[in-house]
Ligand binder design. Structure first.
Ligand code: IMP
Ligand code: MG
Length: 181
């Protein structure tokens, strides 16, 4: 399983520890106020599942789907929000959960769509933030880890739908970044 990785950037133990810190940070900000968590699937599924159980504030959960990179490791077209959320978020505190902040286009698009539904507040919690110049300026409220500008998989992150079940976060071998069958 790990032989598809060039290097491991974040271990299982580091993920577990950071998850509890994030849960604490988030619970301190919201206190007893209810959070409407909007998870960007599929990438944020595993992160969301673990994160939610470390948050002590009351929570509602829904998911939103955004068009993906497909079989490429770089974004070719602007992301599109596919389908809408079922939760009524008007007047609610929304926390968007995503797997990784790269160009910033995905999260900006989701914020735009959610903002139209008049929530009381919008914040975001993103597992990974790539250290690079973003095409769309965006600052997440809660960040798990900052990583170098490399293509990573594992813990929910994929290449062409694969490798999401790897329990660590690692750099996908170069030779596997182009074959997509
Ligand atoms: P952005 O729109 O460029 O900020 O990219 C965010 C989305 O692109 C994430 O939700 C991921 O689905 C995908 N993505 C960006 N970088 C990576 C990566 O290194 N590995 C896997 N998916 C990535
Ligand atoms: Mg993805």
């Amino acid at each position: 399983m790990f032989n598809v990785l060039d290097e491991i950037l974040v271990t299982e133990q580091q993920i577990r520890m950071r998850m509890h810190e994030l849960g604490k940070e988030i619970s301190e900000v919201y206190g007893d106020s209810e959070i409407s968590v909007i998870s960007i699937v599929n990438g944020a599924i595993i992160f969301t599942a673990d994160l939610l159980r470390t948050i002590t504030s009351p929570v509602r959960l829904d998911c939103i789907r955004v068009s993906s990179y497909g079989n490429s490791t770089t974004p070719e077209t602007a992301p599109e929000v596919l389908g809408n959320i079922g939760l009524d978020i008007a007047g609610r505190h929304v926390l968007i959960v995503d797997d990784i902040l790269d160009t910033g286009k995905t999260i900006s698009q989701v914020v735009h769509v959610i903002d139209k539904q008049n929530p009381l507040s919008i914040r975001s919690c993103i597992l990974l933030e790539k250290l690079r110049t973003r095409q769309v300026a965006y600052q997440a409220d809660f960040v798990g880890f900052s990583i170098p500008n490399k293509f990573v998989v594992g813990y929910g992150l994929d290449f062409a739908g694969r490798y999401r079940n790897i329990p660590v976060i690692g750099v996908l071998k170069e030779e596997l970044q182009s074959v997509a069958v």
